[in-house]
Design a protein. Structure first.
Length: 572
């Protein structure tokens, strides 16, 4: 079992301990151990009980728990708690904005055991009678339930992509001559997927249908299937799956039609005819041929949303979309100095190993100390000294000194001018007080953007896809301010964020705002999330020329130097 799976079991145990009213000292010990284990790079499953006990912050009881997981594959105390906890209560524990202690009160005092009952108690006023459930808490709790209910069965793009790839491989392994591809919103790389759509051209459709019916990962929905479509759901995730059948001769035409949005397909493009009109009675050998019929350049699947792509194509201004090979370095990353899993050197060495020219290290600032081990000024100096030493040993590679600086509630940054000036670049982000209204939230971000030391605006809305809405901001006003102040906007590549939303990327580019594809990596593996940020950029029409971390090492060094010199001039 890998570290992530082991830690997940420990987290669930700590959460259920709190739910069942266990000793607070015991719960705190678990949480402290988890905090340390998340930063541990050694594989826990390879350690003996004695070795586990030597890990900082891991006492004998937690070491024994990990050892039990390693030997037995499960944790008896966790199994006991799970057997004593109704399934609906476990579901409530996943809600944002409510802790185990409050759920304990709801469960024991009101005998509420699921989200439907909880929603009813909120609306009836029954929950308001409990201590600690004021108007604000009730409002947030109701919003969390409704938000989650509205996203039932949906998957993050990163999750859906893996499921689709696995299903395609199964079908290809069984049917060697099949033509098959992802399609729909999945092929357009939309951030949240409601339906996994595959287009399939088999020799024997009946055999493929039977194969799908017998796949244990899928549950067939016979009443929703039809002559052209097999429909089912992922048995665990409850996400819709559709396999659309076609012939090999019609495969490319159907791939285009099932991939693109109605707006892309039906907008007039030539002599009042749409792309759909142009291909009605025409044999199609490739998707490129479809656009040739309209005298248009080929439009990549990611762009086929019916927003700006057809206009740009008609004007011969369709951008050359950014590719993975255009990314020269990785900015916005965390090390063990704050809440990262790997050391500064480990993060840098792996970055270089992947072929990048530079690493921007941006551990959390001091306001994040209690939940992310943010850096006070003394530790900033220690980290910067280590970076200087490491850089002496690198050739054609550099670590840039950065910080993910908290935007405080009033919009100011988390350090004074002297400390801000010690960094090569600054990613300014919001991590706390997420409940402001649109006006206040926008003003807060605007003040941070106007700070001359702000290089990059991090995850603009703070959203967590399928978990919480972003804080409400006026995107247009903020983008305009970034243009005025020459601040780069981050595309946070973490699959749970993908923030800034791709729907605003094109507007940012129109205003001359550069973007930066950043993984927000808290471990070496996080670097590979760059791909998902790339998908967001491509959907918005991003080119390498407008992407900050497509600059070479020398050019980025000059960019940072010029930015800081200008900031120092502004502050006098």
């Amino acid at each position: 079992m890998d570290n992530k799976s082991i830690i997940k079991l420990l987290k669930t145990t700590a959460q259920l301990m709190e739910l069942h009213g266990e000793n607070e000292f015991k719960i705190k010990s678990y949480n402290n151990a988890i905090f340390n284990l998340e930063r541990e790079s050694i594989q826990l499953s390879n350690l003996s009980l004695e070795e586990l006990e030597k890990i900082d912050g891991v006492g004998k009881s937690i070491a024994a728990a990990i050892d039990e997981i390693n030997l037995e594959g499960h944790l008896a105390i966790l199994e006991k708690y799970l057997s004593e906890t109704p399934e609906g209560i476990l579901d409530l524990l996943s809600l944002k904005g409510i802790g185990a202690k409050k759920i304990h009160l709801i469960w024991k005092d009101l005998n509420i055991q699921n989200s439907a009952e909880l929603l009813k108690a909120i609306d009836s006023g029954e929950l308001a009678k409990l201590k600690g459930f004021g108007d604000k808490t009730l409002k947030n709790l109701k919003e969390a339930i409704l938000f989650r209910n509205s996203h039932q069965g949906k998957l993050l793009y990163a999750q859906a992509e893996k499921v689709a790839e696995g299903l395609i491989k199964k079908i290809q392994d069984e049917f060697k001559d099949v033509l098959i591809s992802t399609s729909g919103e999945l092929r357009r790389k939309v951030e949240v997927i409601e339906e996994i759509l595959l287009l399939c051209a088999p020799t024997d459709e009946g055999k493929v249908r039977a194969f799908l019916d017998n796949d244990e990962a899928l549950t067939t929905e016979e009443d929703k299937s039809s002559p052209f479509n097999w429909r089912g759901i992922l048995s665990q995730e409850n996400t819709a799956v559709r396999v659309r059948f076609t012939t090999k001769e019609d495969f490319q035409k159907q791939l285009f039609l099932t991939t693109s949005t109605p707006a892309h397909i039906h907008t007039p493009v030539k002599e009042d005819k749409s792309l759909s009109d142009l291909i009605k009675s025409t044999a199609i050998a490739s998707e490129e041929d479809i656009y040739k019929l309209a005298d248009l350049p080929y439009i990549a699947p990611e762009l086929r949303e019916g927003q700006f792509e057809l206009t740009l194509a008609a004007e011969n201004k369709l951008p050359k979309l950014i590719e993975m090979s255009d990314l020269k370095g990785i900015l916005h990353n965390h090390s063990t100095y704050s809440d990262g899993k790997h050391s500064l050197k480990e993060m840098a060495d792996y970055c270089q190993e992947l072929g990048y020219e530079y690493l921007g290290i941006t551990d959390h600032s001091k306001s994040s100390f209690y939940y992310a081990n943010g850096l006070y000024e003394k530790r900033v100096k220690e980290q910067q000294a280590e970076i200087d030493e490491l850089n002496k040993n690198y050739k054609n590679f550099k670590i840039f000194k950065g910080i993910e600086c908290d935007i405080l509630p009033d919009g100011s940054l988390d350090y004074d001018t002297e400390v801000l000036a010690s960094f090569d670049f600054i990613v300014a982000s919001i991590h706390s007080v997420l409940n402001m209204d649109t006006q206040k939230a926008t003003e807060r971000v605007l003040r941070a953007v106007e700070n001359p030391f702000t290089t990059i605006l991090g995850h603009m809305t703070g959203r967590l896809l399928l978990q919480r809405e972003g804080y409400p901001v006026d995107h247009k006003t903020i983008i305009d301010a970034c243009a005025k102040n020459k601040v780069v906007i981050e595309i946070n590549a973490n699959p749970k964020r993908l923030d800034i939303d791709w729907r605003w990327v094109h507007y940012a580019l129109e205003q001359g705002v550069m973007l930066s594809i950043n993984p927000d990596a808290h471990a070496k593996a996080g670097y590979h999330d760059m791909y998902y940020g790339l998908c967001v950029g491509r959907k918005g029409g991003l080119t390498k020329e407008m992407n900050l971390n497509s600059l070479s090492l020398n050019d980025l060094e000059s960019y940072f130097t010029t930015k800081k010199e200008k900031a120092l001039t502004q502050v006098g």
